[in-house]
Design a protein around this ligand. Structure first.
Ligand code: HEM
Length: 374
């Protein structure tokens, strides 16, 4: 396994066009630099030799070639060491992506979301958000393990955990983007895409900081850290409490179920929570309170369906949010006030996406990406 991950890292390095272009740049300029050095050596150290070598052959072509070489060497040097020409020194070796570069990745995700509208209810957005959440939701505050640093769901056993069924669709969707921008880590890409998914589905802005590093298979978290939908409030508090969230944040995060659907071939549950599963709204809370819900009669796991249309669903964990008094107070608040939901959802998702990441950038250095709606 370790060697597989080493091969993987090596493969990444060799296929990385942007990183390659840095190497190519230095290789490209190695020739003029060398020429320049030889030229100087000749000029200063070997005058007599030079006279010997070139005696009887001082053609105009030689001068022309010499001038060209000096010009090329000068150009090379200007690009390689601009500080010698009074320009700002370039960071050597590694490409250092900036906000504009991450915005380009965001734009590529947004464009692919818009282009590939034949998936599910018309968008990969929900499953991208679920990927980012399941990458982050393995965090354990007590041990500092898990969280969005690592993208360890690339590897079995984590990719095979029951809770992650179906998330291959999201990882495969993002693979061409990773190939296009090889400098971004999978772990930053997955989270950035979760941010893009929320914003492109008309949700609030989620500020973002890069800095997640990919880790190998040995950092996979044990099964059982993500919530089990067949359970209720005690379980929700145990799982999200382990990550460090309070009741209010648990209810705010659950509002993500306004998006997407359950798939019988993934979790076993079936159906969407709302009538607009590709637009983020506070409808999840409104429907929880306003509709009549009953156990669905079917040959599948226990879930609720709306009595009126029988086309919407709620999980036992969703219903627990209105059964539990303390949770219910937040459900009522969000059902009445979409702005409060958006603000608190954004804050909680930001925190979720940063769990367990040893950032270099400070908290006031987060970026807000422009969405297609700006
Ligand atoms: C008690 C907590 C939670 C439970 C038990 C739970 C459970 C589930 C289940 C069973 C599915 C259906 C998966 C499938 O069959 O494809 C699902 C989908 C989804 N969940 Fe959750 N979830 C929880 C919290 C969250 C949170 C915190 C977020 C994000 C902030 C989230 C976002 C989503 C999204 C967007 C989908 C739709 C995915 C799709 O359409 O493919 N969930 N969740």
């Amino acid at each position: 396994m370790a060697s597989a991950s080493r091969c993987f890292t090596r493969a990444l390095r060799t296929t990385a066009p942007t990183l390659r272009s840095t190497t190519t740049r230095s290789a490209r300029f190695a020739i003029p630099q060398q020429t320049f050095r030889q030229q100087s050596r000749r000029g200063y150290a070997s005058q007599p030799e030079q006279a010997d070598t070139y005696e009887g052959n001082p053609s105009a072509m030689m001068w022309g070639a010499g001038a060209l070489l000096v010009g090329a060497a000068g150009y090379g040097l200007y690009n390689y060491k601009p500080e010698l020409f009074g320009k700002e020194a370039k960071a050597k070796g590694i490409f250092q992506p900036r906000f504009e570069d991450y915005q380009k990745v965001y734009d590529a995700v947004a464009k692919k979301l818009a282009d590939e509208d034949d998936y599910d209810d018309g968008s990969y957005g929900p499953v991208l958000l679920r990927l980012a959440w399941h990458a982050s939701g393995t965090y354990d505050a007590a041990t500092g393990t898990g969280g969005s640093n690592g993208a360890t769901m690339r590897f079995a056993p984590e990719s095979d955990h029951g809770a992650n069924a179906g998330l291959k669709a999201a990882r495969d969707f993002l693979e061409p983007i990773k190939q296009q921008f090889p400098w971004i880590t999978y772990s930053d890409l997955w989270i950035l895409s979760g941010v893009a998914a929320v914003q492109e589905m008309q949700g609030p802005k989620i500020p973002f900081r890069p800095g997640r590093q990919d880790r190998d298979v040995s950092f996979c978290t044990p099964d059982g850290r993500l919530p089990d939908a067949s359970k209720e409030q005690n379980h929700i508090r145990a799982i999200f409490g382990r990550m460090g969230f309070d009741d209010r944040e648990m209810v705010a995060l659950s509002g993500a179920h306004a998006l997407g659907r359950c798939h019988s071939d993934r979790s076993g549950f079936d159906g969407p929570w709302t009538f607009s599963p590709t637009t983020l709204t506070n409808d999840y809370y409104k429907l929880l309170l306003d509709e009549k819900w009953a156990w669905k009669k079917w040959n599948g796991p226990k879930q609720f369906e709306d009595v009126k249309t029988k086309s919407l669903m709620m999980l036992p964990t969703d219903m627990a949010l209105i059964k539990d008094k303390a949770f219910r107070a937040h459900v009522e608040r969000y059902a009445k006030d979409n702005d409060a939901f958006f603000k608190e959802f954004s804050d909680a998702v930001l925190r979720l996406f940063e769990l367990g990441v040893p950032f270099v950038a400070a908290e006031d250095q987060r970026w807000t990406f422009k969405s297609s709606f700006d």
